[in-house]
Design a protein around this ligand. Structure first.
Ligand SMILES: Nc1nc2c(ncn2[C@@H]2O[C@H](COP(=O)(O)OP(=O)(O)OP(=O)(O)O)[C@@H](O)[C@H]2O)c(=O)[nH]1
Ligand SMILES: [Mg+2]
Length: 419
């Protein structure tokens, strides 16, 4: 719906994206329509004239389902289903459906089911989808009286119970993940999370940089489960890189909440690598969406490296324009192509600089024969200078603060400590 305050371009982009989502969910798009109104109709969302048009289209055998780009209230959805005698879904439900089809891990499935139930609960009374799900027990759409409050109440109670069970299971998964992260912490490597709009090329980038084999596809929400790999920086230092679920406009808050366990990979990372598909005409809007979600997650202020991806798809002029437009907002962005592996040195350099979060400098004396300590220092931090002296190698450099303790025993005499 085109309401005052939105532009037809923005709504056009959203509709194209909704068509993508619909196809990803496995349906065919037979028509789209945008209605311009000064406000929504509280009962039917769209105007009655539009409802009438849709009814006629339906009679001509036009479609099996109506998908609305905006969120419908349970009442609007119910009313539309009654008027049109067909299933009516909103954007959130399409996204939920895709997630349900593509969640692979146990954790992903739990999260999706929780989000679905949460969304379904207030819609339980007399929805058309529900009637069909329970095999038309209701005695026909729009029939008065219905299945009886009691039956619905039983169903509602069953759902609530299932939601509580799911919550418990998700909590367990969260604590397991937390333990894994603590284990990784013990490895003392800094962590970076790759975030970005869906289809921006996050998985392709992870694969290209680390040799991982996460599925990358030309479709929205290809990745739902996070994957973590080691990334070696040019200095020899290693960081842990995690690929995450993509963000999208109007990402339902239920869903963000349901994916909390997964998204903690983002909130707990030391550094964010934001991937932007600059070949998309709406990349600035997409980047703004990503920033909004990051802010909602409380990760808006983390150190960030911005990668302008897919520059290989742009001609020289378009490329210059896109980079100029992006640079006004992200002055230190690095242009790359994840598929052509171009721009990686610049990106790795930026990651190196940016991921030295909370570090301490050191001056150590490492006895001869303990060279593995120096190798370790290069891996978790950096060794800037060494000198061979009596008794060992004197080394100057830096390590992340949380890793400093381990090296304290080598603090050079005269220098007070690992500073
Ligand atoms: N031409 C070109 N295509 C790219 C580039 N990077 C990624 N792609 C393509 O873009 C599509 C999406 O890539 P993915 O890596 O799956 O994107 P993603 O951000 O992980 O997507 P989701 O997991 O769905 O959020 C794939 O078809 C990739 O081959 C690039 O630099 N250039
Ligand atoms: Mg992906």
């Amino acid at each position: 719906m085109l309401l005052p305050g939105t532009t037809s371009r923005a709504v056009g982009d959203q509709m194209a994206e909704l068509a993508d989502l619909t196809r990803t969910a496995g349906a065919e798009v037979v028509g789209t329509d945008v209605q311009r109104r000064s406000g929504i109709d509280p009962a039917h969302f769209i105007g009655m004239g539009k409802v009438e048009e849709l009814r006629e289209m339906k009679l001509e055998g036009g479609f099996d389902v109506v998908i609305c780009n905006d969120d419908l209230s349970p009442r609007q959805q119910r009313n539309l289903e009654r008027e049109l005698k067909t299933r009516v879904l909103d954007r959130t439900e399409v996204i939920l459906d895709i997630f349900a089809q593509h969640a692979r891990t146990h954790e992903g499935r739990l999260q999706v089911e929780a989000a679905r139930l949460h969304h379904m609960l207030p819609r339980l009374i007399g929805s058309y989808a529900y009637d069909r799900q329970v095999g038309g027990r209701r005695g026909g759409v729009g029939a008065r009286g219905g299945p009886g409050e009691q039956q619905i109440e039983t169903e509602r109670r069953r759902i609530r119970k299932r939601m509580r069970d799911l919550e418990r299971e998700i909590e367990q998964v969260r604590s397991q993940r937390h333990q894994q992260r603590t284990g990784r912490r013990r490895a003392e490597l800094e962590t970076a999370a790759i975030v970005g709009y869906t289809n921006a090329g996050k998985s392709t980038l992870l694969n290209a940089m680390t040799g991982a084999s996460v599925q990358a596809e030309q479709r929205v929400f290809a990745t739902l489960d996070p994957t973590t790999r080691r990334l070696a920086l040019p200095t020899g230092r290693e960081v842990l890189l995690t690929d995450t679920v993509g963000f999208i406009q109007k990402l339902p808050t239920d869903l963000v909440a349901a994916f909390r366990a997964t998204l903690e990979e983002v909130t707990e990372a030391d550094l964010i690598i934001q991937v932007i598909d600059v070949s998309s005409p709406s990349f600035l809007d997409q980047a703004a969406t990503v920033e909004q979600v990051l802010a909602d997650l409380g990760a808006g202020d983390k150190p960030r490296v911005v990668a302008l991806n897919k520059v290989d798809l742009l001609g020289p002029l378009a490329r210059r324009r896109a980079i100029a437009a992006a640079s006004s907002r992200y002055p230190n962005a690095v242009a790359i192509s994840a598929t052509k592996r171009s721009g990686f040195p610049g990106l790795l350099g930026a990651v190196d600089r940016c991921s030295r979060g909370d570090t301490v400098e050191f001056e150590l004396l490492v006895p001869y024969g303990r060279e593995s300590v120096l190798a370790e220092l290069r891996k978790v931090g950096g060794v800037e200078r060494t000198e061979y002296v009596e008794g060992g190698t004197r080394a100057w450099g830096w390590v992340p603060r949380h890793a400093a303790r381990r090296f304290e025993t080598y603090a050079a005499a005269g220098s007070e400590r690992v500073r």
